[in-house]
Ligand binder design. Structure first.
Ligand SMILES: Nc1ncnc2c1ncn2[C@@H]1O[C@H](COP(=O)(O)OP(=O)(O)O)[C@@H](O)[C@H]1O
Ligand SMILES: [Mg+2]
Length: 377
């Protein structure tokens, strides 16, 4: 079988290497019960190209007699640690299978979803909280981690502002707080309200790793991250140090927010993190009396970004007093009024996220298709 696989892959050129073909990168071939698994070592090949090769190899190897399913796994020797994990989904997304994945708290977390914004006050935390609750409503196991050093509002929004995380029996890990069925960790549990902002930067740098690695998250389908707003060094470092599956960028229709949203998009591009889509918050107003919808701020800018950058607008959330009050009173609309139209807006956001980053077991080839799709720029 191995020779046959190699002969098929010999037809695929290896970009940037005239002397060899993809056949030369074959590391392992396994064939059992109609399942063909081929491991390629693509060290030195950039991520986008790795995905192209992976897709091409699946195509080249499919459709042979007796082969029902084709799995192509890509391995790389020189990736930073966050890419060399072996969880389902991430190994597909990162394109890398590690020889010995480190066993950490996060290793039972299938997907990290970053909720980011170019600037503060656009409703990032509101979206993160209601997205997390909606993912849960769809049957996923969900946690939320609030890394917004400037305004850690997740505990307030979830009504657990005075809670403190527990500590595991061996004193080595935090035990997250629980709220509305979500596991919650927040930088707000650890810093006092009056901690000066200039101290928060160093605090966040040192706790980020702990929040991700030293918390008993248990088995989760999604860990939603409320990112610090902005696109500076802190955000960049965070984006690089966490194994993020995809990012959701929150913006509002105002021109200024859009300029910042573009910076956010560019930041994720720079570090090769797929952007799942844009969420336009406070996008329109629906009159509770007559149902009339108006777009007082809409300049068409979000539409322009989606065209220019090829990212989808995956949800439009109305400006709404129930959404605002729910957050400010620790009773988020998605938890306390799950049948409301407001909650429906967040559910459709959750559905868009699930479609791009599924949590239920789907056939590997199909899942790969979805995730590979995130990379098409
Ligand atoms: N769709 C919305 N409708 C009404 N108010 C909203 C909406 N989204 C957010 N808000 C309110 O705007 C303020 C800022 O939201 P927040 O989620 O804290 O923003 P960020 O995390 O981006 O700083 C909060 O008072 C929140 O309740
Ligand atoms: Mg916030």
């Amino acid at each position: 079988m191995e020779d046959h696989v190699k002969s098929l892959l010999d037809a695929l050129p290896l970009p940037g290497d005239d002397a060899r073909t993809v056949a030369a990168t074959v590391k392992e071939v396994e064939f059992e019960d109609g399942e063909l698994t081929v491991v390629l070592n693509l060290t030195g090949v950039d991520r986008a190209t790795r995905h192209q090769i992976e897709d091409a190899a699946v195509k080249a190897l499919s459709g042979q007699n007796g082969v029902d399913e084709v799995y192509v796994e890509v391995e790389v020797d020189d990736l930073p640690q966050y890419e060399t994990r072996q969880e389902p989904g991430l190994s597909v997304h990162g394109g890398a299978a590690a020889p010995t994945p480190p066993k950490k708290a996060l290793s039972d977390v299938k997907h990290l979803i970053a909720v980011a914004s170019g600037k503060g006050g656009v409703g990032k935390s509101t979206v993160a909280v209601n997205l997390a609750l909606s993912l849960k409503a769809r049957g996923a196991r969900v946690g939320i981690v609030d890394l917004d050093i400037y305004g850690p509002s997740v505990p307030i929004q979830l009504g657990v502002a005075s809670a403190k995380p527990g500590v595991s029996d061996d004193q080595k890990r935090f035990v997250p707080v629980e709220a509305y069925g979500l596991k919650v960790m927040s930088i707000g549990f650890l810093v006092e309200d009056d901690t000066p902002v200039i101290w928060r930067g160093p605090i966040v740098a040192s706790v980020v790793k702990q929040f991700l690695d030293d918390v008993e998250w248990g088995a989760l389908d999604y860990l939603v991250i409320d990112m610090p707003p902005g696109t500076g060094d802190a955000q960049l470092t965070l984006t690089q140090s966490a194994p993020i599956t995809g990012a959701v960028i929150v913006t509002t229709p105002s021109e200024l927010a859009l300029v910042d949203a573009i910076k956010g998009l560019q930041m994720f591009r720079k570090v090769d993190t797929p952007v799942i889509g844009l969420v336009e918050n406070m996008s329109h107003y629906e009159c509770p009396e007559c149902g009339h919808t108006s777009n007082p701020f809409n300049s068409g800018g979000t539409q322009r970004i989606t065209e220019q950058f090829g990212v989808g607008l995956i949800a439009s959330i109305p400006i709404d007093t129930e959404i605002q009050r729910g957050g400010d009173n620790g009773k988020p609309v998605s938890a306390v009024r799950p049948d409301s139209p407001q909650a429906a807006a967040f559910l459709s956001l959750a559905d868009a996220v699930i479609e791009k980053v599924p949590f239920a077991e789907t056939p590997k080839a199909e899942k790969k298709g979805f995730l590979a799709g995130l990379f098409k720029k």
